[in-house]
Design a protein around this ligand. Sequence first.
Ligand code: ATP
Ligand code: CA
Ligand code: CA
Length: 377
Amino acid sequence: VKKPWQTISKGHKSYDLVLKLQLGIRFSVGKPSSKQSMKLWPSDFNPREKFWTRFPPEGSKITHAHHSSEFRWKDYCPKVFRHLRKLFGVDPADYVNAICGTDYLTELSSPGKSGSLFFLTQDDRFIIKTVRKCEVKILIRMLLNYYQHVCKYENSLLTKFYGVHCVKPIGGHKVRFIVMGNLLCSEYGIHRRFDLKGSSHGRTIQKREEEIDETSTLKDLDLNFVFHLQKPWFKNIMWQIERDCEFLEAEGIMDYSLLVGFHFSDDLSDSKMETYPARYMDGREELIQLGANVPARAEHVYQGSNFEHLPSAGDKFYKVVLYFGIIDILRDYNFSKKLEHAYKSLQVDPSSISAVEPNLYSRRFRDFISRVFVEDD
Ligand code: ATP
Ligand code: CA
Ligand code: CA
């Protein structure tokens, strides 16, 4: 049986790639120029703001010697991401340590259909995802607006992006990747995780009950809970989701998901549960996280009833701590998606499939969320 999460140590197929990206990130974040906090200019967001560095094994004037083969390393808009990391309260030393320190990264076994690889840091804070060129393009294209959005809304539920890079081994293919925040980073274990789009076609994990555990990412049709949130949480979350969806719509983005993870918390003391909003100190300023540590009651309902209005399974409530956010936001409604839509609509009800125009996508997404998150009475 293949373990769902594998340690990337010597001999693992991703070991060499990870070595290269660790060398690159240590170099980029540790650069002397990156220590000064400089003002951002519009030109820093320019898609042409990218820099190649050569990493020969014997080292160079600016890079250390290493045990991997020679490669080139590219940084996209590094100054912007330096500012974003600061904004999101990520300390540069912690960042480098988590990704490039002595702790091994873990590979999550291809959680998505796209074929992307996912690496998780040991401290659970960061996820590295390999992405396609078109995804990098979209991120860089929206970067200025994204930056303004997350500055304006400190509670934004959009994926937190910390860096975009590319590794090009000599004689090998380019591998592009993004570093982002792990939404399900929790001091409590996550017992269940759901990737929700608001579409029903094909949205099930297709596993037998006994194969499902806390590492499985379940989907819309597998969802057998409705989450009851206290009034202030509910209001703020719904309001923020509206703002975030407006942003995605304006950027022509679709196919994103609300990732929801939760911890059954019957063993937690009440005092810990009632804090609103959840706060943590990063040394300097107090950060509020709307998508983490949210107390809720999970009502058990029949599977898929959020689509089909089946009666509830009877008042079975669990006390939970919720974590959630909006992920996979780097796809626009491009030509290939239009094709997929045209093809699939011949076979199934078009409104049930995930490839629809961004405004329709956003509406359906919010509709679905408002059936999954409800106000507690
Ligand atoms: P596809 O395009 O087929 O949906 P993908 O390869 O683009 O898949 P994502 O949708 O980005 O992959 O992510 C797949 C899964 O990885 C998610 O359902 C979730 O379980 C996990 N994941 C992705 N991003 C994050 C994140 N920022 N925090 C926590 N988990 C994440
Ligand atoms: Ca996805
Ligand atoms: Ca995707």
